[in-house]
Each structure stands twice: as structure tokens, then as C-alpha cells.
Design a binder for this molecule. Sequence first.
Ligand SMILES: N[C@@H](CCC(=O)N[C@@H](CS)C(=O)NCC(=O)O)C(=O)O
Length: 236
Amino acid sequence: MLELWELGGRDGVRFSTYSWRTRMALRHKGLNFKSHAVAVSDKQAIAFSGQGKVPILKAGDRVVCDSFDIAIFLEREFPDRPSLFGGLQGEQLAYFFNLWTDREIVFGLVPYLMLDVLDCVEEADRRHLRSQIEGIFKRPLEDLYGEREKALQQLGKKLAPVRKTLGRAPFLGGTAPGYADYILFGTFQWARVVSEVPVFTPDDVLSEWFSRLLDLYDGAGRAEKARGERKLEGAA
Ligand SMILES: N[C@@H](CCC(=O)N[C@@H](CS)C(=O)NCC(=O)O)C(=O)O
């Protein structure tokens, strides 16, 4: 039995970029799992893992931390299921893409999204996340938010090679999705779940790709409601 510990916000909303990478990897392998929602400030709940971050995957008595290590674990443990990397060369390239996405895209989205994230979590997590992010950027979140237009423009430039790549094939994995797709998907799913403002316009090739990813595995990504959808229902 596979169990996933992942961030859960108010009303159990699943918004973490890293847990979405893992969720999609599990679906890709056709594996069922039990999800445990964890508050980011609740370190007691994940003390069993010997570290302080989620996602964490438990498979029997084995505990795997870090979304990329979880993907490698799934690839090694379930080699007969569809491959996430398409071999070691693909795994190495996906490792690079994971680092690039974390440093350039996730970091680039923080000014744009972080105040929205605070709306989606309970008070203790709000304090935790504000002090963490303000500690990293050395500025109040409101100042960062004031620069979101600039942040979006920079993001647009950084994503240009991804757009060009998606002009050649429907997925970063080629004709079928692979772990590189889930890395980037998780990042935009984070944006979709916490913010009402779309990161790209509907005619953008990235928007078409994102929509394909949302549809995968019986619409697993789409089943998590966007911030705008929750607002319409009076829940956000
Ligand atoms: N490199 C890790 C990063 C995981 C990570 O940063 N998780 C965040 C939640 S999205 C966390 O647990 N942070 C702990 C904290 O803020 O105290 C991965 O890929 O899983």
C-alpha cells in the first residue's frame, strides 16, 4: 500500500507544486495511493520521515522524501509500468529540468502567487510561510506582489524554450507525457489552484499543453478545483 503525505490547505485543497509532480507520477504508473494532508507548520505529523518537508511517500516500511527521489523510486520499483524517464539519459535530463524549474520558474512565481497561497491555508501556516518567504527574499510579500507584472514578463521569457519545444511534439516527453511534463505541470497547477489570475493566455501553446495534462488520468488534475471555481461556489 502506498501512502502520500502532502501539503493540505484550508478545506483540504491540494496546491503544492511538488505533491502534484508526485501525484501525476503515481497516476502515470497506474498506482493507487492514500493521501494524508499535512499543514506546512505541523512538523510532528511528518517526524517519522526524519526531515521536515513534504511530499513523502511510504511504501510498506520504506519512506522516500523529495519529489524527484520519489519519481526515481517509482521508476525503479515499478519497471514494468509505463516509464517516467525513458531510460537513464532521460532521467538525467529530467533531473536538470527539475532543478531549472525549481530555480527559475517556481522561484519566479513566488512574488506573483505567495499572497494568494496565504489565503488558501490556515493561520499557523500563513505565519510560517510569510516568515519563510520574507526571510528568503528579505522583503515583505506585499512589496514582491507589487512587482508581479515584471515577474510575469520575466517568466514569459524564461518559458520561451519550453514553448518552442512544445511546437515539435504535444508533450515534453514527446508523443506521450513523461516526468518532465509533470515537473512543469505541478508548477502551473500550483498557480491554478491558488490564484484566479491565469499565468498564460488561452492561445498560448503552454495553455493547450496544460489543458492536455489536466485531462490525463480521468481528469485527475482538473478534479482539483481552480481558485476561480472554488470562489464561484463560495468556498474561496
Ligand atoms: N525538493 C523538495 C522540496 C519540497 C518542499 O519544499 N516542500 C515544501 C512544501 S511545498 C515543504 O514541505 N516545506 C517545509 C516548510 O516550509 O517548512 C521536493 O522536490 O520534494
